[in-house]
Write a protein that binds this ligand. Structure first.
Ligand SMILES: [Ca+2]
Length: 246
């Protein structure tokens, strides 16, 4: 495979914390991503010809935060990729047309992009551990096939998530089978992104809400309303920042 002709003598390409791609994959198609990696480059391992079976398994280290646009799309033999619970963002086409069978999207993930798990022919289950992950609203965000007519897009597996989660809404919207993980677990005040702890992502989500780049559910609004004023505003953002830096 050739992705980056400027580095022909290197096999797997990194730049600091960025995984850029590979000229040659390791034996057996197992890519053991090095410790310290936080970001997988756009189209890093994307296959333009749709026929590459070289990549079979990904081993992510803890700490990977972003799987960007089309990073692993069209690797049609890629059947194993356990996502560490540090992944925050899975970009559009991230695992498009791969051979994944069961996926767990960790609680740390706040966004799953368009077609991220589309045309995954062998996919039988996808579990969303965060009740509020933004799941791109198209049937081929999770699907077993692709068709230019959205009515012909199918997913015969299950979608798992909490009661009242974005996963449930997504499944119901497109007629996919939903399995409940039960009630949303109790979350600490300020845990706006609902990953179970307070951190920088909570600030990011709240900032995006305040500039109207995203919405919050009523449950998230309650978590965000740190001064119990009945509304969510810049005061809550300041309080949240205080709690995190304390
Ligand atoms: Ca949090």
């Amino acid at each position: 495979m050739q992705y980056c002709p400027y580095f022909e003598d290197m096999d797997v390409l990194y730049a600091g914390n960025f995984l850029l791609g590979a000229n040659t994959l390791p034996e057996e198609g197992v890519l053991n991503i090095r410790e310290g990696t936080t970001y997988v480059q756009e189209r890093g391992f994307y296959q333009y010809t749709e026929n590459s079976t070289a990549l079979k398994k990904l081993i992510f280290p803890e700490g990977v935060r972003v799987i960007s646009y089309a990073a692993f799309g069209n690797n049609t033999a890629l059947a194993e990729a356990d996502l560490p619970d540090t992944v925050e963002y899975i970009g559009d086409w991230g695992f498009w047309h791969t051979a994944l069978t069961e996926v767990t999207v960790p609680a740390s993930t706040y966004y799953v992009g368009k077609r991220a798990f589309g045309k995954c022919e062998d996919l039988t289950s996808i579990t969303f551990l965060n009740p509020y992950t933004q799941i791109y609203p198209d049937p081929d965000t999770v699907s077993n096939n692709w068709d230019s007519d959205p009515a012909n897009i199918v997913y015969s597996g299950v979608i798992r998530g909490y009661e009242g989660s974005t996963a449930q809404r997504f499944a119901e919207k497109y007629g996919y089978t939903f399995e409940s993980l039960g009630e949303i677990p109790a979350l600490p005040d300020g845990d706006v992104n609902a990953d179970g702890s307070l951190g920088a992502l909570d600030v990011l989500v709240l900032q995006k809400y305040l500039v109207r780049q995203r919405t919050l559910t009523s449950a998230q609004m309650q978590l965000a309303d740190l001064d119990n004023s009945g509304s969510v505003n810049a005061v809550d953002l300041a309080l949240l920042k205080q709690r995190i830096t304390r």
